[in-house]
Design a protein around this ligand. Sequence first.
Ligand code: NAG
Ligand code: NAG
Ligand code: NAG
Ligand code: NAG
Length: 571
Amino acid sequence: MSICSIWLLTLFSIIHANGILPTQASNQVYKSLQSLSYGSSTQPYRTAYHFQPPKNWINGPLRYKGLYHLFYQYNPEDLVWKTDLVWAHSVSKDLVNWNILDHALFPSQPSDINGCWSGSATLLSGGKPVFLYTGVDLFNQQVQNLAYPKNLSDPLLKEWVKSPNNPIIFPTSDNKINSSLFRDPTTAWLGKDGHWRMIIGSARITEGLAILYRSKDFINWAKAKHPLYSAQGTGMWECPDFYPVLKDGAIGVDTSVNGNHVRHVLKVSLDDKKHDYYLIGTYDTIKDKFVPDKVFEDKESFLRYDYGKYYASKTFFDDGKNRRVLLGWVNESSTIADDIKKGWSGIHTIPRAIWLHKSGKQLVQWPVVEIEKLRSNPVKWPTKVLKGGELLQVNGVTAAQADVEISFEVHKFGEAEVLDHWVDPQILCSRKGSSVRSGLGPFGLLVLASKGLQEYTSVFFRIFKYQHKNLVLLCSDQSRSSLDSDIDKTTYGTFVDVDPLHEMLSLRSLIDHSIVESFGGEGKTCITTRVYPTLAINDKAQLHAFNNGTVDVMITKLSAWSMKKAQINED
Ligand SMILES: *[C@@H]1O[C@H](CO)[C@@H](O)[C@H](O)[C@H]1NC(C)=O
Ligand SMILES: *[C@@H]1O[C@H](CO)[C@@H](O)[C@H](O)[C@H]1NC(C)=O
Ligand SMILES: *[C@@H]1O[C@H](CO)[C@@H](O)[C@H](O)[C@H]1NC(C)=O
Ligand SMILES: *[C@@H]1O[C@H](CO)[C@@H](O)[C@H](O)[C@H]1NC(C)=O
């Protein structure tokens, strides 16, 4: 069984008076966490600016009084997830640097004695935060619990109190809910009738369900007759997320907002596929149903947040910066034996602002601007031609810890390879990795490359002619990423909805030792991968722009930065 990784990162707007964070976990100190070595020589895969707990599995993230709070599932006892899951807790002023606090929730009552699983935070009137979370009870049933902060004056929200009414929602023979498939309550939203609503992920045989609940007081919840939405053949829905996005503009809105100026997004983490899928549609408040523009059955409408490794994400509305922020979790691609040797496993992606593209057809994601504070030593290239077969090294950046943006202009569309029938883009990327040359492409970046190119990860575009249109493929090819053969080196890829006749093909990659997060088409398409080079580590890593197509392409922009180390959960 899998668990949901990311909890809601709620956002609270009030600015903490002095903005000071504790430099150390307050009371209890977890000794084992302190003895870890962060030395890069012993830990070449430990990241420098991505969120990781000091050790062990992480599975998830939360903000109040101007501080961002990250609550994540964490197993203090073991690397391999079993029970005893707690809600670990870190806080940040900027979504970049994080300080660790004591655990916020740990198993303590019959309704969560076998683990505190995922849940979400909601701000009640007056900005009071509450948690709804799944507990695994004495009988190993999944039930829903409520918790409150003990002291609302404490911006760190260090202590949490569980409701005496727990569990507040549980499976019964009447409600026909399978007690093994009933988890991950969302952030609640307030209807015009003054009643709260939220959904819980579930399944009935192979039909995925977003079970809808309503409540007036946040304690007594009644199941609605119909789910908010359901879809046959999709299996168990984990970590559902439901929120409005503006029809026009990148600004975020509170989860309770509805009206003609917004669309709604339903995201579900499909347990069977281990990917986060989303649908865009309308929230019909009269029927209390979500009506998507396209359904899951339609292959073209299988929209994902990320086409690489990415799961159990969650969004929250950041009313400080008026944006919706998305956080996701990425597990390791190495073996469990390697994870045990490393002493840690799992990582969060850089928080991303998320909004609706002006076409209304898809979402756009972009790393939060705060991450740019870590940029140093900029390298910029003038416009230059990248000849067919050419490889140009980007000198002057710490290639193992970098942020790079590149744009290409392409001509001679007549040279594009013809695709005579539709092929799953990920399969197309694995058949046509960076060593397979065509007319237009592959061209892009070689990241975490070793000096003699024994190792590299290639992130690239390839253009096809398909039904008289130019189809742009973005791939991340890990097949040559490491000499170590025990690693999952699956190639990822998807089509990017851009028109290369009229638009530049842009790519940004955030490289951090063992993770590469790539954003194609100005954030229309994201691909996250984990890689573990053996040669291309630390200062041995190189960065290149390459064109393995036969036709020249123009680099219209290349900006690269070395990234400074963020302060993350250090003692
Ligand atoms: C609540 O938190 C505030 C701010 O940290 C602190 O000054 C106060 O002593 C706390 N109250 C209690 C009862 O712990
Ligand atoms: C409930 O779900 C579990 C896990 O998928 C499954 O093994 C079990 O058969 C289901 N029970 C019923 C009554 O459908
Ligand atoms: C975790 O990693 C393994 C190995 O790469 C992969 O098969 C699995 O799907 C991943 N799980 C998630 C939730 O991403
Ligand atoms: C470019 O293509 C050639 C010929 O297939 C291949 O040997 C080389 O490895 C490719 N370069 C990259 C970066 O994949």
